[in-house]
Design a protein around this ligand. Sequence first.
Ligand SMILES: [Zn+2]
Length: 565
Amino acid sequence: MKAIVFLSVIFLMTGVRVVYPNSSNAADLIFTHGNIITMDEALPRAEAVAVKSGKIVYVGTSQKVMELAGEYSEVIDLQGLTMIPGIHDAHIHALEAGSEVGGNCWLEAKSLKGLKSQLLSCLKKQKGTDWLLAYGHHLETLLEEAEDPKGLLDSWVSDRPVAVMESTSHSIWVNSRALAAAGIKKNTKDPDGGIIMRYLDGANAGEPNGILLETAGEMVFDLALQPNPTAEAINYEGLQWVMDELPQYGITSIADARVYWKRGWLDVWKKAENNDDLTVRVNLGLWAYPNEEDESQIEFLKKQYRFNPERLMQINQIKIYSDGIIHNTTAALKQPYQLSLYGVPPTGLNYFDEQRLSTYIARLQPSGYDFHIHTIGDRGVHEALNAIEKNYLENPGHRHRLTHVEMIDNEDMPRFAKLNAIADMQVAGDFTLPENHHWQEPYLGERAFHSYRLKDLHDSGAHYVLSSDWTVNDLNPFVGIHNAVSRGRESISVQQALKAYTLGAAYVMRSETRTGSIQTGKEADLVVLDRDILSVPKKAIKESRVLLTLLSGVTTYRAEDFVLE
Ligand SMILES: [Zn+2]
């Protein structure tokens, strides 16, 4: 039945170009007979939208909109299909997702034996680096099964440095050649925000064992990914692939959550902008390297700031880590973990402690930067809120946000609203659903069952947004919306989840007066869907299909079976 209806829609859309009297006010593009979810409180639903020169010039009824039809207007009868504002994904990792530097070699194997054969087959895929790089093992499995991680990797590959990044990206596993290249030895001290794991006993006691947590691993990856012309070309190609991918999910705005400028990534973004390759609006979050000297890093970052609403790309966010993650016991907790990893303090660690975080905010917010602060543990959240509080009076209009916010202590919950600190949560991964919180229990005990407090954030009056953290989670925002409304007592409504992906997220990107809702005067960033997500059963939300995506009235994606002319 559905298929038949759909086919008739296609049929009706064939040859819709109609000639109307000419008029200088005529719209370029008119949509009629739609189910338009505007996210504008004054007019939540409409039937018709008119677009001229990339902007929305009318929202209302199918009858009235035709007053704007002229000789060259394209009129599209939506036949009841749903239209929503363009999706804003406030936290993605574009180059991690798209770049093939290092072969983009993902290891799927569950056993060490399987890992070995996959890793060796990755040798052939390497490009843009002399290292062997791969991703996707699990630290717990590795530590359980390999007594000597470094020795094991040496026995597989010894003729070149090897670095394998854990699936969470918060630790890496290296061989002896990699440690030597990075100059990491027995007497090397742990860097800020990082742990060099070591052999506990035997002849090698105190020597690095091949596992580098958090910043210790980042430093090594930076070494393997130093900019070079081959890498730049591959990164650029990767970004083009991402630009093709995003509109397929109705995405029209993104915030890139970690631009590794030392790897040449900022240049790659600028090149994409100059070449008119961007298919979405972009806010770049420049990475604050924990191991950089503060003075020179702050001066460098200051110079990069750029905000101009006339352009698609803004360089106006700083990505900075307060703490790590729960898996590795590196998320900063108020009370100790139930179990401890050798070398990691019992309450986790900081990449940037409260004082240093506060200094960065104080020094960089006058330039216009908003901070995008990674916080997972309740202490990480608490300290980041403190740092924002210390700088609040100087800049009450800030758009600083805490991202992930997996654990929020009751006493900190009201502070988000009070300090105008935005909470950015990712729930597209099924591990975030309440019925799956058991994985955290060995680390957190009872606390495991009070995490991802989405509804509590909503009730606290906090400004919150939802994002993907792609490639950690699925890029598909409809999976995120489904999971936001399917979490028992922590559920929010579909309308609220959609707002967190549109108008709410536009606020984080300082574009809420230009995007995020379907309103006269705003950019025509519009998405046509195959279903009404506000009325279909919850389960059906994640199957939603995008049929058409427009950025300022220009088509950036059209489903093959959605024929307009
Ligand atoms: Zn992220």
